[in-house]
Design a binder for this molecule. Structure first.
Ligand code: HEC
Length: 290
C-alpha cells in the first residue's frame, strides 16, 4: 500500500494493523478490483482508532471536530456565515442566461441542481477526471462565453451555489471498474497525496494523516477524511470564497513546493482521490474556515 511511503512512523504500524484487520475480514476477496474501496475502509479504520469519540459525519467539520475552543469560535461565526453574500451572487450568476439564451442548467444533469456531491466524475469520453469547476468553464466555452478565472471570484460563487443545492446529500464519487484509466487517475492522485515534496520534504499525508489532530505552529491539522465535503469555503484568511484547488496550492506552498496550475491533471487526480476518501459523508458546502 502507498502508506508505506511514511517510513519509520508510529502510524505505520497502525496502518498495517488496520489493513491486516480489513484483509482478515475477507474484504480483499470480494473483488480483484477493490483498491479505492479498501483504501477508504483502511483510512476510516485508522481515524476511528485514533479518535474513538468522533462520529463519522463529524469529520466534515475538519479541525472543528477536534478542537473544542476553535469549534466554539466557529459556531459563533456560523450564526451569520460570511459566505452568504457570495452564495446569493452565485445563485444569481447560475440562473443568468448566456447571450445565446441558454444557461448552465442546459449543460448538467438535473439542471445542475443537487449534483455537486457526485463530482469529480470520471469522463470516459475525454479519458480524464472532470471536476465541477472545469465542467462549468467547458459549459461556458460550449456556449461561446469567456471562461472564468479559477480559484475564487465568480466561479467560486457559482460552485458555492451548486454545492448548496446538494447540501446534505452523500458524497458519491465513482471510480468505474470497467475503465482502467479511471483507476490509474485515482492511483495517480493517491500517489500525489503520499509523495514527499518541497524544501520541507512533507507529503500531504505527513500533515493530514500522520499528524492529523496535532498542532503545527498555530494550527490544528485536519484529517484527510472529510476534507472534500465543504467546497468552496469562505476562509477568513482569504476574506472570500475559494475553491478546494486554491487550498491545494496553499498547502503546496506551505512546504515550499511549487504549486500546480488550477485544473492541471495533477490537481484533478488529487481531487478525485481526496473526494473519494470522503464518500458517504454529507456534502456541507459552502462553509467557513479560518
Ligand atoms: C506542513 C503541513 C501541511 C502539509 C504538508 C499539507 N497541509 Fe493541508 N493544511 C495544513 C494546515 C495547517 C491547514 C489548515 C488547518 C486544517 O484545516 O488542517 C490545512 C488545510 C487543508 C485543507 C482544508 C481542510 C478543511 O477542512 O477545510 C485541505 C483540503 C488540505 N489542507 C489539503 C492538503 C493537500 C492535498 C496537501 C498536499 C498537497 C496538503 N494539504 C499538505 C497543513 C498542511
Amino acid at each position: 500500500m502507498r502508506q508505506t511511503t511514511i517510513k519509520g512512523s508510529g502510524g505505520f504500524a497502525t496502518t498495517l494493523a488496520v489493513l491486516g484487520a480489513v484483509l482478515a475480514a475477507g474484504l480483499a476477496h470480494t473483488s480483484a478490483y477493490a483498491g479505492p474501496v479498501q483504501d477508504r475502509i483502511a483510512l476510516v479504520g485508522r481515524y476511528e482508532a485514533r479518535f474513538p469519540n468522533l462520529k463519522l459525519d463529524d469529520y466534515v467539520n475538519g479541525v472543528y471536530a477536534l478542537n473544542p475552543q476553535m469549534r466554539a469560535e466557529w459556531e459563533q461565526i456560523m450564526v451569520f456565515p460570511p459566505y452568504l453574500p457570495g452564495l446569493q451572487e452565485g445563485k444569481k450568476l447560475f440562473h443568468t442566461k448566456f447571450k445565446n439564451g441558454k444557461s448552465y442548467a442546459d449543460c448538467f444533469p438535473n439542471g445542475g441542481i443537487g449534483i455537486a456531491n457526485t463530482y469529480p466524475r470520471w469522463d470516459a469520453k475525454r479519458g480524464e477526471v472532470m471536476t465541477l469547476a472545469l465542467a462549468v468553464n467547458l459549459c461556458r466555452k460550449a456556449n461561446s462565453e469567456k471562461t472564468l478565472r479559477y480559484g475564487k471570484g465568480k466561479l467560486a460563487e457559482i460552485l458555492a451555489y451548486m454545492a448548496d443545492t446538494a447540501k446534505g446529500k452523500k458524497i458519491h464519487v465513482v471510480v468505474p471498474e470497467n475503465d482502467p484509466r479511471a483507476l490509474e487517475a485515482y492511483e495517480h492522485g493517491k500517489e500525489f497525496y503520499y509523495a514527499r515534496r518541497g524544501q520541507l520534504n512533507f507529503s500531504c499525508a505527513s500533515c493530514h494523516v500522520q499528524y492529523a489532530g496535532k498542532r503545527i505552529r498555530n494550527n490544528t491539522l485536519s484529517p484527510l477524511l472529510g476534507q472534500a465535503t465543504h467546497w468552496p469555503t469562505y476562509r477568513l484568511k482569504w476574506g472570500a470564497l475559494g475553491t478546494l484547488q486554491r487550498r491545494f496550492r496553499g498547502c503546496n506552498k506551505q512546504v515550499r513546493a511549487k504549486p500546480f496550475p488550477f485544473q492541471s491533471r495533477e490537481y484533478r487526480d488529487l481531487q478525485y482521490f481526496l473526494t473519494y476518501m470522503s464518500n458517504g459523508l454529507p456534502e456541507i458546502g459552502p462553509t467557513v474556515r479560518q
